[in-house]
Ligand binder design. Structure first.
Ligand code: ADP
Ligand code: 5GP
Length: 210
């Protein structure tokens, strides 16, 4: 009997480190899958269609929404972003855990739709100065885009208390250790171990055979 795959939601203000942490998590456990979102934003240098995102025009995106193909969707920084439903449902059935890098609006929608299967984690930067430094050091966005993202950070951070866990991403390795600890503990929850009843039955049979 396999358990249902869980849905690990990572949210943070842009630049706090959730893409870095989700990449580390999937390198640590290659059985996990990343929910590749669809977006109407333009690809950044190095981004590939189907790997970081499915890059779509606004019309195509809205057609997917109208067709019920999105588990959640939201407008972030003037672009539409959404999580395709099909791969998530298939992974859950197969007992595969899925990582989402989505904003608070998406986190709320997934939590409402799939409450018992969601583990949500909010990542905070150690300071606003460091958040600004990280956004600049990523060197992938224009000054104007960075300023827009910093302006939205305060709003994103205001949703921290809606999450199950909160990690302050100061030291990357330490934060990663904590992230693994959360995932490991959540996987060990009794209701996520459906094989336990059968296992305890074998223990009882062993008692009876003594
Ligand atoms: P997000 O996905 O939240 O927008 P990223 O994972 O892209 O953020 O991280 C933004 C930048 O900060 C990247 O250049 C990344 O390498 C760097 N970074 C992430 N975590 C840390 C950390 N704990 N210490 C220093 N730099 C970090
Ligand atoms: P970026 O453009 O930097 O890749 O992402 C911008 C923001 O959009 C981030 O906060 C990211 O978590 C969020 N985001 C990415 N994909 C999705 C999605 O499918 N749904 C929602 N709601 N937000 C998303």
């Amino acid at each position: 009997m396999t358990r249902r795959g869980l849905l690990l939601i990572l949210s943070s203000p842009s630049g706090a480190g959730k893409s870095t942490l989700s990449r580390m998590l999937m390198a640590w456990d290659p059985t996990m899958r990343f929910s590749v979102s669809a977006t109407t934003r333009k690809p950044r240098p190095g981004e590939e269609d189907g790997r970081e995102y499915y890059f779509r025009g606004r019309e195509d995106f809205l057609a997917m929404v109208a067709d019920g193909q999105m588990l959640e969707h939201a407008e972030v920084f003037g672009n539409l972003y959404g999580s395709p439903r099909g791969p998530v449902e298939a992974a859950m059935q197969a007992g595969t855990d899925t990582v989402f890098d989505i904003d608070w609006q998406g986190g709320q929608q997934v939590a409402q739709a799939m409450r018992g299967d969601v583990v949500s984690i909010f990542i905070l930067p150690p300071s606003i100065a460091e958040l600004d430094r990280r956004l600049r050091s990523r060197a992938q966005d224009s000054d104007e885009v960075i300023a827009g993202r910093m302006a939205k950070s305060r709003d994103e951070i205001s949703h921290w208390a809606e999450y199950d866990y909160v990690l302050v991403n100061d030291d990357l390795e330490l934060t990663f250790e904590r992230l693994k600890a959360v995932l490991t503990a959540e996987r060990l929850k009794r209701e996520r171990q459906p094989q336990l009843s059968a296992f305890v039955r074998t223990l009882n049979e062993e008692f009876e055979a003594r």
